[in-house]
Design a binder for this molecule. Structure first.
Ligand SMILES: NC(=O)c1ccc[n+]([C@@H]2O[C@H](COP(=O)([O-])OP(=O)(O)OC[C@H]3O[C@@H](n4cnc5c(N)ncnc54)[C@H](OP(=O)(O)O)[C@@H]3O)[C@@H](O)[C@H]2O)c1
Length: 185
């Protein structure tokens, strides 16, 4: 763990706060999606997402779940938010196999243990709601403005970058991108 990460973690523990991370791939205009699909295919970003979230808990909106090609992501606790399906066990097993389902973000968090490492994985509506409870943002910032987008990440000007790892485009990545971690100012 890096020094800044350790300091942040110690401060959080002192405050008795649980870690809730928002993780997203964001274009220069904060676009994140179009027609319920991701905008970019960046293998290194997918690899990082897997490394960070495996073994932990991911929380997503119903539409993001429906966009996953093979349903629930393996080796993680998958939580789906849906006001319609709510927490009806019977329905959620059918609609969201392998997932827990809750009717609100607060309810979902209330059903997580204090030591559970929680990653909010989208989409736009869930990111907006989670900005108030998140302790850090793990963003992949892509140096591009897509021609079309209908889902956007909320503004995050009042967050402070604590680490930034820049990557240039290459044969597998069509754009420059950076892994940036933000904490509250
Ligand atoms: N770039 C990225 O990193 C990234 C990551 C994830 C997703 N995305 C993109 O984001 C887009 C989807 O975002 P979206 O805003 O349209 O959909 P979304 O947030 O994934 O899902 C919205 C649905 O989630 C449920 N929901 C949301 N908040 C809830 C709450 N507090 N309590 C209970 N249920 C709640 C509702 O389901 P019901 O209607 O069933 O009640 C709502 O209709 C897609 O384009 C996707 O590809 C991008």
């Amino acid at each position: 763990m890096k020094r800044t990460d350790m300091d942040e973690e110690m401060r959080r523990e002192e405050r008795g706060e649980r870690r809730v991370s928002i993780i997203a791939a964001v274009a220069s205009n904060r676009a994140i999606g179009w027609k319920n699909k991701l905008l970019y295919w960046l293998p290194n970003d997918l690899k990082r997402f897997k490394q960070l979230t495996t073994g932990h808990t991911i929380v997503m909106g119903r539409r993001t779940f429906e966009s996953l090609p093979k349903g629930a992501l393996p080796n993680r606790r998958n939580i789906v938010l849906s006001r319609i399906v709510g927490n009806s066990e019977e329905h959620s097993d059918v609609r969201f196999p392998g997932c827990d389902c809750y009717a609100s973000l607060q309810e979902a968090l209330a059903h997580c243990r204090e030591d559970e490492d929680i990653y909010i994985i989208g989409g736009a509506s869930v990111y907006r709601q989670a900005m108030g409870v998140a302790t850090r943002l793990l963003l992949t910032e892509i140096d591009d403005t897509p021609a079309e987008a209908d889902a956007f990440f909320p503004p995050y000007d009042d967050w402070k970058a604590v680490s930034r790892e820049e990557h240039g485009r290459d044969e597998k990545h069509a754009f420059d991108y950076a892994f940036v971690e933000y904490v509250r100012e």
